[in-house]
Design a protein around this ligand. Structure first.
Ligand SMILES: [Zn+2]
Length: 196
């Protein structure tokens, strides 16, 4: 277990995150909202980008791919069902496939709903999951291409992961999500505590 992560802000409210394997030096960006903040994060950490793991095709998750690939020659892994809509894909993956980063390995989980081909990357041995725009802090992604039932099944799949799994999501929406949740459950003590 040699995984290290680095979280930073991109665009208006996107999260960027780097995953680094200390053993091999391999480093992946999970999605690429824009190139410059990813490059800044890489130089802050002294890491070299070897991979981009894409969760879904939206432009605010793929807009930095072309520039990063040109600069670093990194390998782009993306959901098979959306590969046509994502630039410069090297490898496509689907449910159950194993994705490697140096000595780290992830299982691909299909989590459709926000988009029809959305995937998450679950690094079981390192208790990490990168869930893109499926699950957020106090909320979930907008159901754009799928159905609510499809999204719910995806959320149940994420809920079934071990309780100590650290989940990295694609956006920071916590305060807005709390405001909405409190209109539904104003007396929920957990929600009140989280809001504070
Ligand atoms: Zn999205």
């Amino acid at each position: 277990m040699t995984a290290e992560t680095h979280l930073f802000h991109c665009l208006q409210d996107n999260f960027g995150v780097l995953l680094h394997d200390k053993a091999s030096g391999a480093t992946a960006a999970i999605d690429a909202p824009e190139a410059a903040p990813v490059d800044t994060a890489l130089s802050q950490k002294g890491w070299k980008l070897t991979d981009i793991f894409v969760t879904h095709h939206h432009a605010d998750h793929t807009g930095g791919i072309a520039e990063l690939k040109k600069r670093h020659g990194c390998r782009v892994t993306a959901p098979r069902a959306e590969a046509q809509r994502i630039p410069l894909v090297d490898e496509t993956v689907a449910e159950g496939d194993v994705v490697r980063l140096g000595e780290l390995s992830a299982r691909v989980l299909e989590t459709p709903g926000h988009t029809a081909g959305h995937i998450a990357y679950w690094f079981a041995a390192d208790s990490l999951a990168f869930v893109g725009d499926t699950l957020f802090s106090i909320g979930c992604g907008r159901v754009i291409e799928g159905t609510p039932e499809m999204m719910w099944a995806s959320l149940l799949k994420l809920r079934s992961l071990p309780g100590d799994t650290r989940m990295y999501c694609g956006h920071e929406y916590t305060l807005a999500n709390i405001r909405f949740a409190q209109t539904i459950e104003p007396d929920n003590l957990a929600l009140i505590a989280r809001a504070a």
